[in-house]
Design a protein around this ligand. Structure first.
Ligand code: ATP
Length: 136
């Protein structure tokens, strides 16, 4: 079977740039899987786990928000942040979740945008905790 070329890019760095056999990612319309030969596809990415297979190895990444494009056996995932599930610092994610929850409770009278930002931060933190718990 053919291969896919996967790129996972954040504003900070290129996290993945390699040939893979399969990609599964958290799309805004639900989780989607990509195998070689996939049709042209665009999707938003929401905080959650993405996985890719390379040979017998499956690698798990936590991604935050962004979008994905599948075209000509190339999968491009552009997200605000991505780190390996095994690299997640659970304490840090729990603190981030706690801070976000506080901002959401105390921020009722604050700007809507602050509430939204806290909500998104909480989703990022929850995704990190959920994925990291598989590895600890
Ligand atoms: P925090 O408030 O703890 O910084 P955050 O959600 O604001 O969390 P991001 O802006 O999403 O953090 O990410 C900033 C950088 O830190 C990214 O490179 C991301 O991969 C990394 N990162 C964030 N949280 C964790 C974590 N819990 N464990 C490991 N790396 C993390």
């Amino acid at each position: 079977m053919g291969k896919l070329f996967l790129e996972v890019v954040t504003p900070e760095k290129v996290v993945v740039s390699q040939e893979v056999d399969m990609v599964v990612a958290p799309g805004s319309e639900g989780e989607f899987g990509v195998l070689p030969g996939h049709v042209l596809f665009l999707s938003g990415i929401i905080p959650g786990e993405m996985r890719y297979n390379s040979g017998s190895e499956t690698i798990s990444l936590v991604v935050s928000t962004g979008f994905a494009e599948v075209s000509d056996d190339k999968v491009s995932i552009l997200v605000d942040a991505a780190e390996r599930g095994t690299d997640v610092d659970i304490d840090r994610a729990q603190q981030a979740a706690e801070r976000a929850r506080e901002r959401m409770t105390n921020g009722k009278s604050a700007e809507e945008i602050d509430y939204k930002r806290a909500e998104v931060a909480l989703k990022r933190a929850i995704a990190r905790i959920k994925v990291a718990e598989k590895f600890h």
